[in-house]
Structures are given as structure tokens and as C-alpha cells.
Design a protein. Structure first.
Lengths: 371, 341
């Protein structure tokens, strides 16, 4: 076990190894390639911020926010990135990627809270956000018109509780939604109100009309489906968090091939599943390779799988690892709550420190530009 | 464990920490002590169930007094093990079924009122399937103490109130017994999985933070906007909000400190172990001079001063555990691993 100090020291010592490969910029770059990533962070005093790291590894800005934030998504034109307050927060923040200014904060409205994730339509017109109507505990997708000052356009009901992360399918029309199944209420902070009666799911929704076209259920009702990513070929990898007894070792990773609509759960060796501590944080699929990273902060490790074959490729120890993004041809960038960013490669079982920052990186990394 | 014998038992004995021969390792000590706490809780809830039954069978001022005393005794037994936030207590919101807290919307009151005003059959089974807010000690406290009940025709021993009292008590006892059984069943795994060291330490740290910030600082106005919020304290209805804090700190001393001391000893940190123990005892000493509840102390300058002095010592205890003790034991308190999403 490493103390925070040891981890930070390790980060500093290896800072000289920090290589800024040009391929990162060319891979992620589309229009304005100044920002590599954004993330919610805390400083050592527990104050909450949104920060960004430039392509050259500099910390570009720290925007103070009142609530701890969670995930985010880049607008396809690269103008701004939206970062969401985490469950059960009620604000989403529009950050101008060029100036680093907090351009606008949108309130969820009376009776609603966010879960921390959203996604844009390909034309950047609409923003789809997972929300809870906490007066009746009904999960929904709210559609905002991003070109009309983020005006709320409509709500799509989900027939379920606790939607969490969502992504847009490569067809540009289908929303893929992780439904956690857990009820929360702002008055009870982060307490889980319905563990016994959870009904989690992985949903496909037509973004034009809100119709749910497919619904897949995890193999156990206490496997809360939280985070996901989708490959350009339409393979979805979703991560679970198990709310049952900690001695159980249920499967934690689901795979949906949207071409065949085959839904399955990865059967990893017992020791591998055990090492994840029944908890996954982020999923990131490499768009240009068959690899996916899954972070497990309670297990202090990340695993890389081949999302085509479902096989385990690497197990990499990283303390308190949570945020993840694809990086380069087949690698990943991950963040640690104890400080530091790390590069992972499918060829190595060791994480390579990639800059040390005096912040606690929160659950997710958001790309600075749409890719 | 050889290390422990090398440093000698004298220092451990001087702390009064070796209570049984089977506690050879820190985790064995923790499992045994927490198990003791859980069996005390199960015994106390069983008494509560009996006392509730006898009261309703033969209501009298004396049996009401006995009932109130047994409620406090069982609630205190819960406070003593409240620092355990892992293992079977984590399952199916069990902790809330003992104490739904905090309760900013007074759900406890609305749930009890709902059951009293309706005509549904009141059974322990029905209670166990309803909201956690109806299942715990605060729901019984509401029946025993709240003026919304005791100043009305619903006051005990009214029939539905008595039915509710005995049903909740019986369900509490069933839950305490199941918890105790499940903890015993965890033994082999708890002893073999090294990670439980970290889990147990983090759990104690979190409970001390919660105790300092929410159970003490918030009610006395030493947190947030500085406005005292008496309703966030435990047991404000019965006027026992300092007694519950006392019971939780005593629980840490009885059920957590022995294992901690063994673990620190294994890591050549006996001085730190003694310092922590002294600091916790110093904090416990405050209660000799304090009343059962926070409320009367808030009325005088002197009272408020004594609460602040208590808070200061609780904070020092907390900081010692989360700082030097945690560092000496290389506890990983991850930002994402301890409170992710």
C-alpha cells in the first residue's frame, strides 16, 4: 500500500520521463486542439474545481465550483465542454474551451437532479442529460437545445431509476444509457434508498423521439450498471458496481454487440474479478484498436481487455485510479484520486506516470475536443 | 505477531488492551470485539422486545420507565457499533434499519403517523417490508417521547401505538440477530483478507469524521453557516444526544482500539498507539461533567464553552487517526475509492 506522499513522490521523480508525444495532439486534435482533457478535481483543502490540461501537459485553468463535479462531454465543434455536478447535484457548467471561462451554469430545476453525465447530438444542437425527477424517483433523459442557451426542450422518461452515463451510438441516432437502478434524493445526499428493489439495465433509445428500443438486464438485480463506452464498430462495454455482499464476486463488465444485439457479461478468472472489489469507475474504448480499459479504484487497478474477444489483456496497478480516456493508437490515459495522470499500454503491466498535479482527480476524464 | 511479543506485553497491558488470549492478530481482535458489540446489541434488542411486550400487557408508570431505559440501553448498544461500516451492516441498508439518520424531512414522524392513522394490520413482518424510517430506534423514540404522540389520544398504551411499538421492537431484534449471525459467518474471510485492515481503519475514520462534523459540530453551530441545528443530532426527542455520542466514542474505545493497538505494535508504533489511546480517554473524560443532552448546554455561555471544548478534543482524536496513525499504517484513503459514483 502506498501513502499519498509516496505516490506524489513517485510522480515527481518520474516527471523527467514525461514525454509529450506528438501523436496525442494529432489523434485528439480536430479544430482547436489546445485542451487535452478536463476533469472535476478537489484540491487538498477539499475545495471543488473543474480543471483542464493542455496538449503540452500544462494545467490550463482551475474554475472553482460550489458542488463536487463528476463527468462531462465535449461539444462536437470544440467550442465548449459541459461538466456536470455529481449525483445528486443540480448544476451543469458550460466551459469555454478557448478562454477557459465558465460560460454558463444551468440549474436542473425544482425537483430534479443530475447524475453527472451527458452527450451531444452529432450536429451539436442537442445535449442529452441523465436526470432524476426526485419527487417520484423517475429517471429521465432531458434534451437541451445547446444552440438556444441550453433551453430545456423535452424530457424522455426511462421507466426506471437512476440513469447514469450515456453515449451516442456511431449511427448518430441511438443513445446508449446505463441505468443504475439506485434511487437518490438531494435531501439524503448520496444515500442509496432502494438497494433491495433495484432494477438496473442497459438501454438503447432513439434520440429523436425517446423511444426505448432495447432493454438488457444484468444477471443480478443488485449489479448497478453505471458507466459505458462504445466503439466505432458498435461494441458497447459497460461497467457495473455491485451493491450486494462484498464476499460475492459477480461479473462486473458487460458487452453488447449492437450489430447482433447480443448481450453478455465477461467471464474473467475469479482472482481478476475479485481484484476489482465489485466496483468499476470508468470505461474507455480505444477507437483505433480492439482495447478497452476499465478502472477499479477500490481494487487500485485498471484492466485492459480486448473488447472483441472479451479476453483480459493487462492488469495494471494504479492507486485510486478512476478517470480514463483513450490515448494514442492503442493506449489509455488514466487519473488517480491521489494525484497524477498515468499512461497505460496493452503491452505493459506497469503504468507510466504522465505528469503530477496537485489535485485529486475525480471519477472521470473528459476529452478536451470531440473525436 | 512475533514482533508484538518482542516489544513486550507490559505496554499493552498498561493500556488494558489484551482482554482475551484468542486475540492474536489485529484482525482477530477486531473480529472478536466487534462481534462482542453485535452480540450486546442483539441482547439489548431482545430485552427491548420483552420490555415492550410487558409494558403493553401491563402499562404503568414503572413499566413505562423500564421501557424508556431499555430503549436507551439498546440504542446505546447500536451507537457503540455504529463505527462499523463494512461487512454485513452494508447489506440491504441495514444500518438505516437501526437508525435512519439524518432525517431532514422528519420521515420518521410521517411514517409512524401513517401507520397509526391507518387501519392496516401492524406486524413485525409488515414493518420489515416498509420504509427504513419506520424500522429503527428513532421510530420507537418518536412513540415514547414526541409531543405529537404523547400529548394526544395516540399516546402509549393506545392500541395501535402499542402494536407498532412491539412490532418495531420485534423487527429490530430480528435485524440485530441476523447481523450478529452474519458477522460471525464473516470470520474466516475477515481473518484471511488483509484488505480488511484498511477497511476497518477507514470505517473508524469515517465514523469519527461523521461524529465530529455532523453529530456534534452541526447541532452546536460550529459548522456551515454557524447556525445551530439541534435536529441533526441523534436522539434529540428523548434528550439523549450527548449520551449517544458518548456511547459511540466508548464503542470505538472498546471495540476498535484493541485491534488498532495491535496493528500499531506490529508496525513499531507503540508510542503512537499510547498517544491515541490517551487522547481518546481524555475525550471520554469530558462526559463525566456533561449532561445527557446538548440542548440545555446551548442555553448558557458556560454550556456552549463546554461543548466547544468537547468538540475540540473529538477533532484532535479524529485528526490523530486520519493523520499520523493513518500515515504510520500506510492507509490508502482514496478519493475515488472511498466515495466514487
Amino acid at each position: 500500500m502506498l501513502s499519498r506522499r509516496q505516490v506524489l513522490r513517485a510522480g515527481l521523480a518520474s516527471a523527467t520521463l514525461l514525454s509529450l508525444s506528438g501523436c496525442a495532439a494529432s489523434h485528439l486534435g480536430r479544430r482547436n486542439a489546445s485542451l487535452q482533457l478536463l476533469s472535476a478535481v478537489d484540491d487538498d483543502k477539499g475545495q471543488h474545481f473543474i480543471t483542464a490540461v493542455s496538449q503540452t501537459g500544462e494545467q490550463a485553468f482551475m474554475v472553482p465550483v460550489s458542488e463536487r463535479c463528476h463527468g462531462g462531454c465535449p461539444q462536437p465543434f470544440g467550442d465548449h465542454v459541459v461538466i456536470f455536478a455529481r449525483r445528486p447535484g443540480r448544476q451543469m457548467h458550460v466551459i469555454n474551451t478557448r478562454s477557459g471561462a465558465l460560460q454558463q451554469s444551468i440549474h436542473a430545476g425544482d425537483g430534479y437532479h443530475y447524475y453527472g453525465h451527458g452527450v451531444y447530438s452529432p450536429d451539436a444542437r442537442y445535449l442529452y442529460v441523465t436526470m432524476n425527477n426526485y419527487t417520484n424517483a423517475e429517471g429521465l433523459i432531458r434534451v437541451y437545445d445547446a444552440m438556444d442557451g441550453y433551453r430545456a426542450v423535452t424530457d424522455y422518461p426511462l421507466d426506471g431509476i437512476g440513469p447514469h452515463e450515456l453515449r451516442l451510438h456511431p449511427d448518430g441516432e441511438t443513445l446508449i444509457i446505463a441505468l443504475g437502478g439506485i434511487e437518490t434524493h438531494p435531501d439524503y445526499d448520496r444515500m442509496k434508498l432502494n438497494i433491495a428493489s433495484m432494477r438496473p439495465a442497459l438501454l438503447l433509445m432513439d434520440r429523436r423521439n425517446g423511444q426505448i428500443t432495447q432493454r438488457f438486464a444484468p444477471s443480478h438485480h443488485q449489479l448497478s450498471c453505471r458507466h459505458l463506452d462504445v466503439s466505432p464498430q458498435g461494441v458497447v462495454i459497460a461497467g457495473y458496481q455491485y451493491e450486494g455482499p462484498d464476499m460475492d464476486t459477480p461479473p462486473l463488465i458487460a458487452r453488447l454487440d449492437t450489430n447482433s444485439m447480443r448481450f453478455s457479461e465477461l467471464e474473467l478468472p475469479y482472482e481478476e474479478v475479485k481484484g476489482l472489489k465489485n466496483y468499476t469507475a470508468s470505461i474507455a474504448i480505444s477507437p483505433s484498436s480492439p482495447f478497452t480499459v476499465i478502472t477499479a479504484p477500490r481494487g487500485h487497478r485498471a484492466i485492459i481487455i480486448n473488447h472483441h474477444s472479451g479476453e483480459l489483456v493487462q492488469r495494471v496497478p494504479v492507486p485510486d485510479v478512476a478517470g480514463a480516456l483513450p490515448y494514442g493508437e492503442d493506449g489509455f490515459l488514466v487519473s488517480s484520486g491521489l494525484g497524477g495522470l498515468f499512461l497505460l499500454s496493452p503491452e505493459s503491466n506497469q503504468a507510466q506516470p504522465h505528469g503530477d498535479y496537485a489535485v485529486h482527480w475525480d471519477n472521470h476524464l473528459t476529452p478536451g475536443v470531440f473525436s | 505477531m512475533k514482533l508484538l511479543y518482542r516489544i513486550g506485553c507490559a505496554s499493552l497491558l498498561s493500556l488494558g488492551l489484551i482482554s482475551s488470549a484468542q486475540a492474536e492478530t489485529p484482525r482477530a481482535a477486531w473480529h472478536a470485539q466487534i462481534g462482542h458489540g453485535y452480540s450486546q446489541l442483539a441482547a439489548a434488542t431482545s430485552e427491548l422486545e420483552k420490555t415492550a411486550d410487558s409494558y403493553c400487557a401491563a402499562p404503568s408508570p414503572a413499566s413505562m420507565q423500564a421501557l424508556k431505559e431499555q430503549w436507551l440501553s439498546a440504542f446505546s448498544a447500536w451507537q457503540a457499533v455504529r463505527f462499523v461500516g463494512f461487512g454485513p451492516i452494508e447489506e440491504n441498508t441495514r444500518a438505516w434499519k437501526f437508525q435512519f439518520w439524518p432525517d431532514p424531512k422528519n420521515l420518521t414522524a410521517s411514517k409512524v403517523d401513517y401507520w397509526l392513522n391507518g387501519d392496516k394490520d401492524i406486524t413485525a413482518d409488515a414493518i420489515s417490508r416498509d420504509s427504513v424510517a419506520i424500522q429503527g430506534f428513532p421510530a420507537v423514540e418518536y412513540l415514547l417521547y414526541d409531543e405529537r404522540i404523547i400529548d394526544t389520544d395516540k399516546a402509549l398504551p393506545a392500541e395501535r401505538s402499542c402494536n407498532l411499538l412491539t412490532a418495531i421492537s420485534s423487527n429490530l431484534d430480528a435485524n440485530a440477530n441476523a447481523l450478529n449471525t452474519d458477522w460471525t459467518a464473516l470470520e474466516e474471510r475477515y481473518l484471511s483478507v488483509e484488505d480488511y485492515d484498511n477497511g476497518t481503519l477507514q470505517s473508524a475514520m469515517q465514523s469519527l469524521e461523521l461524529l465530529a462534523d455532523w453529530r456534534l459540530a452541526a447541532p452546536i453551530g460550529e459548522r456551515g453557516n454557524g447556525k445551530p441545528n439541534p435536529y441533526v443530532a441523534d436522539a434529540w426527542r428523548s434528550g439523549q444526544s450527548l449520551n449517544t455520542v458518548h456511547a459511540s466514542l466508548q464503542g470505538l474505545s472498546d471495540y476498535f482500539v484493541p485491534g488498532l493497538t495491535l496493528l500499531l505494535a506490529e508496525n513499531d508504533q507503540m508510542t503512537l498507539a499510547e498517544q491515541f489511546n490517551q487522547q481518546l480517554n481524555k475525550t471520554l473524560d469530558h462526559f463525566e461533567q456533561l449532561p445527557a443532552d446538548i440542548a440545555p448546554l446551548m442555553e448558557t455561555e458556560e454550556g456552549r464553552k463546554s461543548l466547544k471544548a468537547l468538540l475540540e478534543d473529538v477533532n484532535t482524536t479524529k485528526t490523530m487517526l486520519t493523520g499520523p496513525v493513518s500515515a504510520a499504517l500506510s492507509v490508502v484513503r482514496g478519493f475515488n475509492s472511498s466515495d466514487g459514483d
